[in-house]
Design a protein around this ligand. Structure first.
Ligand SMILES: [Zn+2]
Length: 661
């Protein structure tokens, strides 16, 4: 292909992919399969690799940019991003309407859901997205262009020709369902969890590595054009133009003819609030006509032509009766507020998080205080602030504990961390978490060992480390309340069986920070034994494809700790498999996914066979999967694999491949 032809092809592919991107992410109405989409993208990537100088800034391949940033540049907004005046009741809305009507007549309003996200400004030049910034203080914000480019609902090139040079404003948000899933995964990995979707959106936009932002399912709603060459008359018309240009505009937005219709809109939307997959905290009311907006003007702080009606906050005040301290899996001590039970947005709340001791101190929250409690989405309620005016003088501050509340060890606090930790690896609180994690389905998969049983074992002093599980006797277990011959046998059998789960599951089960299931498999297939792995430096570990620096550091630290080495030696003595037999491997580096039931093998056995041969087992279908083993009644993974054109094999073919007949 000559260059001219390539240029035409690239342009055509870009347009096509951007169109489908729009259909998928903005209209939520894809017209081609994921597979077809990926194929188009692949075609484009191939062409661009051949002709790198033909890559355009709006190419869909350019969403996720290169290197992490050192910091964010501060940029000045061309037009200040004013905040809106608030109304907390319908009467205040009516007052607003009165003020408006004193200056202009025949007013129409546009009612827009007030998205509880992060405000952004996007600048387009000649139809190309050139700069994106956060609101900041309204005058200056952070340049987060690279991060915003990764959000698929933000067009890199505007559709049509009506908008070319413009600034548009809107909101970035973290969808609620995705937020819950994300937090769960973060928790599993021992990484930061966010208090609510808004914090998650803010935290994601502040990420210095756009590649990480690219993995976060951020979305947008745009609602305002500050300037453009179009001759815009009304807000309604602006929204229409935003839609046509390829932006996501909230579908619930409605034009109304008077303030009573507006209050009805507010009431209806508030009733619907919980059913939306994004958080809203009110309604923004804007005078529709731009000439009227101009007439009304702005005060120094707020435009006079708009107001934010705030829903009843999901907040309540109550007494804080106590502050207790919880110990997490990694030993982190977290202050938790015990509250006089109170209704917050229809739910009774008696506990709320105080996040950490720094925050507790900063907010000066004391035992006995009246406090403001807030609940957003389905996340854990939090204490926003204490109501200082109501203090009587006998309230007590909660000092940072010097000792772990569970094991009485002296706590530690490193200078670079907010967290206060119990350093005792055998702390019962930590121990419970560790055993639960070790026994979990994706790790050693020990059946019949639930949280309550673990509590009892620790209470009785039967287990001080994970290794002690393997020394439990029938006599021990029979002393536990509720345990009979059969349940004891079941548990002992599961524990015995777990010895042979294999290296990958063992590594995962050790609960090393940042090491998830996949990283564990990667490590197992690379090093074949726990001893080999333990010898590696962080530097050597980072050389494995797919392993990040933080993970490598965490692994090296783990194996540099004496207690951990002791534990591993104990596990080896017990006869737990800590080695993988390295086979001359046709499967080295190959990734497998199983879907449906196997007849002659159990899933764990089948996974073991893959790993023994150097391969890896993944739970997610993707383009990087080499073999999909299709059993009886395969699930959605099968459909997806077919779409992606992956290699599908049945049970017999699988057995041949791993060398069992
Ligand atoms: Zn402790």
């Amino acid at each position: 292909m000559n260059k001219n032809e390539a240029k035409k092809q690239i342009k055509k592919l870009c347009d096509e992919i951007n169109h489908h991107n729009y259909k998928y992410y903005v209209e939520n109405n894809p017209v081609i399969s994921d597979y077809e989409y990926d194929m188009l993208l692949k075609k484009l990537e191939t062409l661009e690799a051949e002709f790198p100088d033909l890559i355009t800034p709006d190419s869909p391949t350019q969403r996720i940019g290169g290197e992490p940033l050192k910091g964010f540049k501060s940029v000045e907004h061309k037009i200040a991003m004013l905040s809106l005046d608030n109304a907390y009741s319908y009467n205040e809305l009516r007052d607003f309407d009165e003020r408006v009507k004193k200056n202009v007549s025949d007013v129409e309003y546009v009612c827009e859901p007030k998205i509880d996200g992060i405000s952004i400004s996007l600048i387009y030049e000649n139809g190309l997205f050139v700069r994106g910034a956060t609101r900041g203080d309204g005058i200056k914000g952070d340049d987060v262009t690279a991060n915003l480019r990764t959000i698929h609902s933000i067009p890199l090139r505007l559709q049509g020709s009506e908008l070319q040079n413009a600034e548009v404003r809107g909101e970035v948000y973290f969808p609620i369902t995705a937020f819950k899933k994300f937090n769960k995964e973060q928790e599993k990995k021992g990484e930061q969890v966010f208090a609510n979707p808004r914090n998650a959106a803010a935290g994601s936009l502040r990420q210095l590595d756009p590649r990480i932002v690219g993995t976060r399912p951020l979305d947008t709603f745009l609602y305002y054009i500050t300037y453009s060459e179009s001759d815009l008359q009304t807000q309604e018309q602006s929204l229409e133009i935003l839609r046509k240009a390829g932006f996501r505009v909230n579908p619930l937005i409605k034009k109304v003819h008077n303030i009573e219709e507006a209050t009805k809109f507010c009431a209806d939307l508030e009733a619907k609030r919980e059913s939306l997959d994004y958080e809203i905290d009110g309604v923004v009311l804007k005078v529709n006509s731009f000439s009227q907006q101009k007439e009304l003007g702005s005060t120094i702080k707020h435009p006079r032509w708009a107001i934010a009606f705030k829903f009843t906050a999901k907040q309540a005040t109550t007494r804080l009766n106590d502050i207790v301290v919880q110990v997490g899996r990694t030993g982190t001590l977290t202050p938790v507020a015990i509250l006089e039970p109170v209704q917050v947005g229809g739910v009774t709340v008696s506990r709320a998080t105080l996040h950490n001791f720094d925050e507790l101190k900063r907010k000066d929250i004391r035992i006995g205080d009246m406090v403001l409690v807030e609940r957003s989405g389905d996340v854990i309620p939090q204490v926003v602030k204490s109501i200082i005016e109501k203090r009587k003088g006998d309230e007590k501050a909660r000092a940072i504990p010097k000792k772990c509340p569970v094991c009485r060890s002296d706590v530690i606090r490193t200078s670079d961390e907010v967290a206060v930790r119990c350093p005792n690896k055998e702390c019962p609180a930590r121990l419970k978490w560790r055993i639960e994690y070790f026994a979990s389905r994706d790790a050693m998969d020990i059946d019949h060992l639930g949280g309550q049983t673990i509590d009892k074992l620790i209470e009785k002093g039967f287990v001080d480390t994970i290794a002690d599980l393997y020394g439990l006797t029938k006599e021990d277990l029979l002393t536990l309340e509720g345990f009979k011959d059969k349940s004891v046998e079941n548990l002992l059998e599961s524990i015995e069986k777990s010895k042979h789960q294999g290296l990958a599951r063992l590594i995962y089960g050790l609960g090393i920070r940042h090491v998830g299931k996949f990283a564990a498999q990667l490590l197992a297939s690379q090093y074949h034994s726990i001893d080999e792995l333990a010898k590696k430096t962080a530097e050597e570990l980072t050389q494995i494809h797919g392993l990040g620096e933080k993970t490598a550091e965490a692994i090296a630290t783990f194996f540099a700790t004496e207690e951990n080495i002791e534990l591993i030696n104990k596990l080896k003595d017990i006869g737990i498999r800590t080695k993988e037999v390295k086979k001359e491997g046709h499967l080295v580096g190959k990734k497998f996914v199983f879907t449906g039931g196997l007849v002659s093998l159990s899933r764990p056995d089948a996974s073991d066979l893959v790993m023994k041969n150097g391969g890896m087992v993944s739970s997610a279908i993707g383009k990087d999967i080499d073999y999909v083993v299709v059993g009886t009644e395969p699930g959605s993974k099968y459909e997806k694999a077919k779409k992606l054109g992956l290699v599908l094999i049945d049970e017999n073919e699988f057995k041949k491949l791993v060398g069992v007949t």
